[in-house]
Design a protein around this ligand. Sequence first.
Ligand SMILES: Cc1ncc(COP(=O)(O)O)c(C=O)c1O
Length: 382
Amino acid sequence: MEWRIPLSDIDFGPEETEAVQQVMNSRWLTMGAVTQRFEDEFAAYTGVRHAIAVTNATAALHLACVASGLGPGDEVILPSLTFVATANAVLYTGATPVFADIEGEVSLNISPRAIEACLTSRTRAILVVHYGGYACDMPAILAIADKHGLIVIEDAAHAIGSQLNDRMLGTLGLVGCFSFFSNKNMTTGEGGMLVTDDDQLANKLRVLRSHGMTSLTWDRHKGHAWSYDVVELGYNYRIDEIRSALGRVQLQKLTVNNQLRRDRTALYHKLLQEFCPLVGIPFLEHPGVSACHLLPILLPVGVSREACMELMKSKGIQTSIHYPPIHRFSAYRALMSQVSYNLNCTETLAAREVTIPLFPSLPEADVTFVVEALRDTLTYLS
Ligand SMILES: Cc1ncc(COP(=O)(O)O)c(C=O)c1O
């Protein structure tokens, strides 16, 4: 389907083509010098000691959980209103995901009070997700973690360049995980990054990324090593040089593109309040600086989401849902049937949520077009 206005779009130009061409000309495609530079630049951008590039954010989350020592018998508190990968990463380690409710209409992020209600003697970690690039209540969450001796892992897949109190999101907990999937604020097609200030953890993450081996093919190619030991049960979660080359160019464009996202978001918020006063707008006034990855809205109670999305589609506007709550998926229901949760906000707000188009090159006229189309759709449906 050709959309008049797609949900998201990438910013690729001759710079990306040139960077990929250079890698191909170099004849070294697997993880090496370009990845090292990408990691250094990402670490500098986020202000951390270590950035470790991986195949995708799911792998990053998995490694973060493994390297944090999570395993069978441990409970990890996280939101259900996220992409399924967040919870899958916990399950891969044998630990148990425990879903905490979100804050409410003003913020779709995990609620610190709900986190406290989920604490047990088995709780080992809190896995936060900065929904749409908007900061979770990290001061409160870090205080809970501190009080109970818990690890904090940040799923910052949406939050590349988001800040809270002058710190980049993803750098506030023990370890942060970013995604470079093609709809994200910067993309390498598939790709991800771990960030941490903890030297020991960083070493462990690097070893786990590459089969638990003590040296890389690249080290041996450079003559730095001729053999290796295997010291952990590791994985092959390495990124490659083509993706790292894309990542380096995309990172340079991020600051400008995130500002364009913020400008579009401000315009959306203004027009939505004017033309669609019954629509709920999460994160309208939110602490910190958001990377504005998503533009979520909450349909008025009683309006059919399916009919609304169909009507928007008939006008050529792509919309989406973020997210069907994880605890409702068949696989999770089967796995977790014995556990009962209080996820009232998650359930009621997830059912009303619609995500509307947002990307840096979205023309301002198209923002107006989307809001007017939404106004007409809601008038027709009510
Ligand atoms: C919140 C969240 N976490 C994790 C992921 C997984 O990222 P990836 O596709 O890079 O594995 C995504 C991807 O969409 C996401 O939105």
